[in-house]
Design a protein around this ligand. Structure first.
Ligand code: NDP
Ligand code: GDP
Length: 339
């Protein structure tokens, strides 16, 4: 018998990578998303799997839609990826962020609690919950100190997932994922913004771009590696929380330095602080400036995770390092924007 997995947020980066991974493992994959006029499934087309998935409309803010899906299919595993996932937007949309990212998770758990045959449940928790970090590196035991409506919403869903495990004996696990990127990452996130904008500058589509705080450090891994860990988190006997990270971090500036190596022209840094600029070496043209508008009201300055529990219990470790990740993203974007 084929196993059936339900992925919420199928149109996002992780939805595409996990769907591709599960289809290779011979799962039946149901992908849910809220209805959208811009439904072009570009990430699923990247893997050529858009015809292999059963699509259902399921807005996490509508409990009746969630009930309908769970009563229509016999589901073995649920991966809850749907969320308002962009930290910056959570400051301008705190209520919708909380409704989807926090309460949306609880709505699914409530539906599952009332089922006779309960599926296993994976929650996409986030390293943003560590916020202004209280320990370096961060582990499953590190205290949380969230710094945004997004992180606070994720903290609610993280703890309610643990509570439903302990209170109702439902198989629920959380992956505390550090930032994971890929050529399918949304262009609003800093890594993809950098690779996409640099590629557009090389092709002449734009002359320059702007960023906020380039000194923040992130523990960046590859999404393709991380979805394997998420699946493994639901295959072990005992549900639990697991950190998925690489154990290394780099600043945004380091990411730019690695990315600019792939351009066909040379660049040079000028100035410091808010006056930092990246310019073309040959004609001094500015290609990157700092703009205060991209700073956040409260920032997460440093994240670095320790993945020894996932290594030991799940036999998981990331395969792709920082340089390989930047190269993969730059080469894909340069190809996309080549003339
Ligand atoms: P994306 O932003 O790429 O995808 C988020 C998905 O959620 C999209 O499919 C989006 O749909 C959907 N969604 C948003 N609001 C609703 C709603 N009200 N009802 C139903 N669906 C909704 O995120 P990723 O794939 O990168 O991440 C997957 C999950 O992992 C997210 O929960 C994210 O917060 C979390 N996470 C991600 C990390 C990362 O580095 N990528 C790190 C740690 C956690 P639409 O296309 O319509 O907007
Ligand atoms: P996050 O870790 O989930 O917030 O992932 P992002 O990719 O959105 O941001 C990572 C870091 O990059 C944060 O510290 C941001 O403040 C910083 N950053 C600097 N400039 C930008 C920008 O223009 N866009 C984004 N998204 N982040 C930026």
């Amino acid at each position: 018998m084929k196993k059936t997995a339900l992925i919420t947020g199928i149109s996002g980066q992780d939805g595409a990578y996990l769907a591709n991974f599960l289809l290779k493992k011979n799962y039946r994959v149901i992908g849910t998303d809220r209805r959208s006029a811009r439904d072009d499934k570009w990430r699923l087309k990247y893997f050529n799997i858009e015809n292999k998935i059963i699509f259902e409309d399921m807005d996490l803010n509508e409990i009746t839609q969630i009930q309908r899906i769970f009563s229509s299919y016999r589901i073995d595993e649920v991966y809850n990826f749907a969320a308002q996932s962009f930290v910056k937007s959570s400051f301008s949309n705190p209520l919708t962020t909380a409704d989807t990212t926090a309460i949306g998770c609880l709505r699914i758990l409530e539906v599952i609690r009332n089922l006779k045959k309960r599926p296993k449940f994976y929650q996409a928790s986030s390293s943003e919950m560590f916020g202004e970090v209280l320990e370096i590196p961060q582990t499953e035991k590190t205290a949380f100190n969230p710094q945004s409506p997004y992180a606070i919403s994720k903290l609610f869903s993280h703890f309610i997932t643990k509570n439903y495990r302990e209170a109702y004996n439902i198989y629920t696990s959380s992956g505390i994922c550090f930032n994971h990127e890929s050529p399918l990452r949304g262009e609003e996130f800093v890594t993809r913004k950098i690779t996409s904008c640099l590629s557009k500058i090389q092709s002449g589509e734009i002359s320059h771009f702007e960023l906020g705080n380039i000194n923040a450090k992130r523990d960046w891994g590859f999404a393709g590696d991380y979805v394997e860990g998420m699946w493994k988190a639901l295959q072990v006997k005992k549900p639990d929380d697991f950190v998925f990270s690489t154990g290394r971090n780099h600043s945004i500036k380091n990411f730019i330095d690695e990315a600019r190596k792939y351009l066909n022209f040379e660049t040079k840094w000028h100035g410091s602080g808010l006056s930092t600029q990246l310019r073309r070496k040959n004609n001094n043209q500015i290609i990157l400036k700092i703009n205060k508008k991209f700073f956040r009201p409260t920032e997460v300055n440093l994240l670095i995770g320790k993945n020894s529990k996932a290594k030991k219990v799940l036999k998981w470790s990331p395969k792709t390092n920082f340089k390989e990740l930047v190269k993969m993203m730059m080469l894909e974007d340069l190809k996309k924007h080549s003339r």
